[in-house]
Write a protein that binds this ligand. Structure first.
Ligand code: C5P
Length: 232
């Protein structure tokens, strides 16, 4: 599995998204479509970005009863995305059902990645709000292990956790990591950040980069810098 940079296209309209993607003449970066853009534009945005030749990570973080997730995954699979995701908190049974729904008749399917604990949830919130008493690190690794048992391809995690996830789940289990910033860049609202070069060193398989590219004066140059640092 080759390492790659995924651009988080956190825009609220197709118009802004295409104005951004049009800057990449001749290049077709892997892009992430999140809830904001998908709920604004619907499946047509996925079809159009795919038609333009980009790989797509559809970041909708499904979490429901196994049967509902299975059926929803079958729909996403027909949309021909390359990667999609769900919450590991939905249980191993839900993740197994998701894989079934996602798998096409010919046996192929998009990559499926689990969110373990959101980075906006800390140990204190887990204990007081969710009544989860175990240390966050143990919960994250347990959820990652559940995802592996269910047959998923990897997890979304902090780049700082990528090495440990590989230690628990194996080198081929993918780590898709947001929270990436250039050494000389703005951190913004992200807390545990690292550089593309450091993410590569720790073992991330894909870095998800939003504002350092989308808000850059020259987004193409920022993307190329990310690729040079991360992929080499
Ligand atoms: O702009 P920035 O580089 O911070 O964007 C990171 C992207 O990754 C955003 O789309 C954000 O929603 C997503 N993400 C994250 N942390 C997670 C999961 C997803 O930052 N734990």
């Amino acid at each position: 599995m080759g390492k790659d940079v995924i651009i988080a296209c956190d825009f609220d309209s197709a118009e802004k998204t295409f104005a951004f993607l049009d800057k990449f003449t001749g290049k077709k970066p892997f892009v992430k479509i999140g809830m904001e853009l998908y709920y604004a534009e619907g499946p047509s945005i996925v079809r159009e970005i795919k038609r333009r030749g980009h790989k797509i990570f559809l970041d909708l973080k499904l979490h429901d009863i196994p049967n509902t997730v299975k059926k929803a995954m079958a729909v996403l699979s027909r949309l021909d995305v390359d990667m999609c995701n769900l919450h590991a908190a939905g249980t191993t049974k839900m993740m197994t059902a998701a894989i079934e729904g996602l798998t096409r008749e010919d046996g192929t399917r998009p990559l499926l990645i689990a969110v373990t604990q959101l980075t906006s949830t800390d140990e204190e919130t887990m204990r007081t709000d969710l009544l989860i008493e175990k240390p966050i690190d143990e919960v994250v690794m347990h959820y990652a292990h559940n995802a592996k048992i269910a047959g998923l391809d990897g997890v979304v995690c902090s780049p700082l956790e990528a090495g440990k996830v590989h230690g628990v789940c194996g080198e081929t289990f993918l780590t898709v990591t947001p929270g990436v910033r250039f050494a000389d860049g703005d951190v913004g609202d992200q807390k545990r950040v690292t550089t593309p070069a450091k993410a590569r060193e720790i073992g991330s398989d894909y870095i998800v980069v939003g504002r350092p590219i989308t808000a850059a004066e020259d987004p193409v140059a920022a993307y190329e810098r990310c690729v040079a640092e991360f992929v080499g």
